[in-house]
Write a protein that binds this ligand. Structure first.
Ligand SMILES: C[S@@+](CC[C@H](N)C(=O)[O-])C[C@H]1O[C@@H](n2cnc3c(N)ncnc32)[C@H](O)[C@@H]1O
Length: 279
C-alpha cells in the first residue's frame, strides 16, 4: 500500500485541516467588540481578522508590514502570533493610539511577546523606502476607501456624526490618500505606494490588501478591481477572498425605484512578489 507523503509546509505553521479551511474563497468573520479608543478611528479592521491572514502567510519570527496601520490592529495580531511587525501611519493621533494599544497588548501577552519588534512609525507611506526598513515577509493592509469618508450621506457617517469623539475623516492632511477627490489621481498615488513595496518584500512573499468597490453619486468606481489590475503589473495577482459581513442592518436604498445593493463585503486581494507571467 502506498504510504501517505508527510505534509511539508514551507509557508506557515498550520495543520492541513487549518490550511484548507482558509482556502475557501469567502468567509464571515464575527469580531469581538472594539476597544473604546480604537472606535474613534472610522475604518478599523478586527485584530482577529488580521491574525488569520498573518498565520496563513507567515511563520513565527517573520516580519509583517502594514503601511497604513491606523490604530494598530495588524501589529497586535503579530504580537499574538509571534511575528515581528512594523506599521506606518500618517495621522499622529492614530499612530500614538496604535503605540499605546501595542504596548498594552505586549504587557498582556507577557514573555512570548517580550522580544518581538512591534514598531509604529508616524510617516507618509509614500516615503516608505526612506525608512531603512528590513526585508519584509508579508504585507497586510487596507487603504482609505478613496474619499468616501467625506460623503456626508453614507450610512456609517450618519451614525457616527451623532456620537462625540468619533472621527468622520482620517485627517485634513493633503498627504492623506482619503483626501484626494479625483479618483484616477487617488488610484495612481495608492498604486505607486504599493508598487514601491517590491523593493523590500522578500521574493515569493505575499501582499494582502483589504478593499471595497466604491459607490458614489449613483455610480460604481471599481476600486478593488482597478487596484487588482494596476498592481498586477508589479506583483502577481493571486485571487481574492471575500469577507462577508452579516451583522450590519439593511437599508432600503432605492426601494421601489432602482437596484441599489447593501454592500456588505470586502475583497481581500492576494498578490505575490514574483515576476509577472505573460498570458
Ligand atoms: C482603512 S484605514 C486602516 C485601518 C487599520 N487597518 C486599522 O485596523 O486600524 C487607512 C489608514 O490609512 C491612513 N493613511 C492615509 N493616507 C496615508 C499615507 N499617505 N501614509 C500613511 N497612512 C495613511 C489613514 O490615516 C488611516 O488610518
Amino acid at each position: 500500500m502506498a504510504r501517505k507523503r508527510p505534509f511539508r509546509n514551507r509557508l506557515n505553521e498550520l495543520s492541513p485541516k487549518e490550511w484548507i479551511k482558509f482556502q475557501k474563497s469567502w468567509f464571515i468573520h464575527t469580531p469581538p467588540p472594539r476597544d473604546r479608543r480604537v472606535k474613534r478611528h472610522p475604518a478599523k479592521f478586527p485584530e482577529t481578522l488580521a491574525q488569520e491572514f498573518v498565520e496563513f502567510f507567515t511563520k513565527s519570527g517573520e516580519t509583517v508590514l502594514d503601511p497604513m496601520v491606523g490604530t494598530g490592529s495588524t501589529l497586535c495580531a503579530c504580537l499574538r502570533t509571534g511575528r515581528h511587525s512594523i506599521g506606518i501611519e500618517l495621522n499622529a493621533d492614530y499612530a500614538q493610539t496604535a503605540a499605546q494599544v501595542v504596548d498594552e497588548e505586549r504587557e498582556r501577552l507577557g514573555e512570548p511577546a517580550a522580544s518581538l519588534r512591534a514598531e509604529v512609525i508616524n510617516r507618509d507611506a509614500a516615503d516608505l523606502l526612506e525608512l531603512d526598513l528590513p526585508m519584509i515577509d508579508y504585507v497586510f493592509t487596507s487603504p482609505p476607501y478613496w474619499d468616501m469618508l467625506h460623503a456626508r450621506g453614507a450610512e456609517t457617517q450618519k451614525r457616527r456624526r451623532h456620537v462625540a469623539d468619533l472621527d468622520l475623516t482620517y485627517s485634513e492632511d493633503p498627504a492623506d490618500l482619503g483626501n484626494i477627490h479625483d479618483y484616477e489621481e487617488f488610484l495612481r498615488r495608492l498604486t505607486t505606494i504599493y508598487a514601491s513595496l517590491t523593493d523590500i518584500l522578500r521574493p515569493k512573499a505575499y501582499l494582502t490588501i483589504i478593499v471595497k468597490n466604491i459607490k458614489k453619486g449613483g455610480k460604481i468606481y471599481p476600486l478593488a478591481w482597478d487596484l487588482a489590475r494596476e498592481l498586477g503589473q508589479s506583483f502577481t495577482l493571486k485571487d481574492e477572498r471575500i469577507w462577508c459581513q452579516d451583522d450590519i442592518r439593511l437599508a432600503p436604498y432605492g426601494m421601489g425605484n432602482a437596484w441599489v445593493s447593501n454592500t456588505f463585503h470586502h475583497y481581500c486581494l492576494q498578490f505575490r512578489h514574483e515576476p509577472p507571467t505573460s498570458p
